[in-house]
Design a protein around this ligand. Structure first.
Ligand SMILES: C[S@@+](CC[C@H](N)C(=O)[O-])C[C@H]1O[C@@H](n2cnc3c(N)ncnc32)[C@H](O)[C@@H]1O
Length: 317
């Protein structure tokens, strides 16, 4: 913990207890942003009355959810990410997915991040995918993967967790084409257009590649990145959230995230002109989410990098 001002808050119970005093929301409460109308709550994703308190009657164009994965991140068990019997985990998944279905608009997308424990027969990813077949109103659209540097090809330090991204559609939502920053390199693919032989790059609409289903161009978050939120242990890259919001929502539309943690969905929505309703069961993460937005508005920074999000903890002077 030399380089980060806070340890992982899920495995530091004494510090987490001290920090509760600085959290503006208690369980069941919702904060509303007076500027843009975003909302942040301390709520349980598995409880419909609590989710309903957040959304009221509004329906979302997009839900992006990154639930706990039923495994120990970084080899450490955590009360919040929990590791329970698979059947309990699936029960929890069923509950929050059904709540998500009630919030989704008639034409909308649902993205779910999910892990696969390579040391425990890849659970719970395949089990979750099968569970989703119970909801015929959702069509499976894409199985996306983000590159992880650790996991294959090194002598030691194999990371046992994969993080996959499942994309589902309800109804017929619009999809907006997005591009990476990776230059097109494929040549020699010829086609005759209006009687003229053309080469691949001549026909391209963009100089760069589309993301495809393996997102190699997005870096996992680590402490040297501006977007890093100290204390958060499962933060997803802002670039991944922004890609999802750009492709599967429009300016002004409502985006909902059931598992806020470091508030990545909220920052993506703020930067891209969407409205975000989000919540976490832990008041500490709801507080981090609100503070991250406040910092972004004040300083233009997407995270805290190595600054302490709770300066109250620092000695005066
Ligand atoms: C994998 S993290 C989400 C990471 C987030 N996408 C980000 O980029 O920061 C999962 C979060 O779910 C929260 N959580 C666990 N159980 C929950 C529940 N029943 N309802 C709402 N949030 C819950 C945890 O406190 C944790 O912050």
């Amino acid at each position: 913990m030399d380089r980060e001002p806070l340890p992982r808050l899920d495995t530091a119970p004494e510090l987490a207890a001290r920090l509760q005093a600085y959290c503006r929301l208690a369980r069941g409460e919702v904060w509303e942003d007076s500027l843009r109308g975003h909302r942040v709550g301390v709520l349980d994703a598995a409880s419909w009355p609590e989710v309903e308190r957040l959304v009221g009657g509004r329906r979302a164009r997009l839900i992006v959810s990154d639930p706990p994965y039923n495994l120990a991140v970084g080899g450490r068990s955590s009360g919040r990410l929990f590791r329970t019997e698979l059947s309990d985990y699936l029960e929890f998944s069923r509950a929050w997915v059904e709540n998500a279905l009630r919030v989704l608009d008639a034409n909308s997308h649902l993205y779910v991040w999910l892990g696969a424990d390579q040391n425990r027969h890849f659970q719970p990813l395949p089990d979750f995918m099968l569970l989703m077949r119970a909801y015929p109103e959702l069509r499976s659209r894409s199985f996306l993967s983000l590159r992880n540097q650790r996991g294959y090809g090194t002598q030691a330090n194999w990371m046992s967790v994969r993080q996959e991204l499942l994309c589902y559609a309800k109804g017929a939502p619009p999809f907006h084409v997005v591009y990476t920053g990776i230059p097109k390199i494929l040549r020699g693919y010829y086609k005759t257009v209006a009687g003229r032989r053309t080469e691949n790059l001549e026909r391209s609409r963009s100089e760069t590649l589309r993301p495809g289903n393996i997102w190699v161009d997005i870096q996992q978050v680590f402490y040297r990145m501006e977007e890093n939120v100290p204390g958060a242990y499962a933060q997803k890259p802002l670039a991944a959230f922004e890609r999802i919001l750009r492709s599967s929502s429009e300016e002004g539309s409502l985006v909902v995230d059931f598992f806020a943690h470091s508030g990545t969905a909220l920052i993506a929505a703020e930067r891209l002109g969407r409205i975000c309703y989000t919540f976490d069961i832990d008041p500490l993460f709801a507080e981090l989410t609100i503070r991250r937005l406040e910092r972004f508005r004040k300083e233009g920074k997407t995270g805290f990098q190595t600054a302490n999000p709770f300066p109250e903890l620092l000695p005066p002077g």
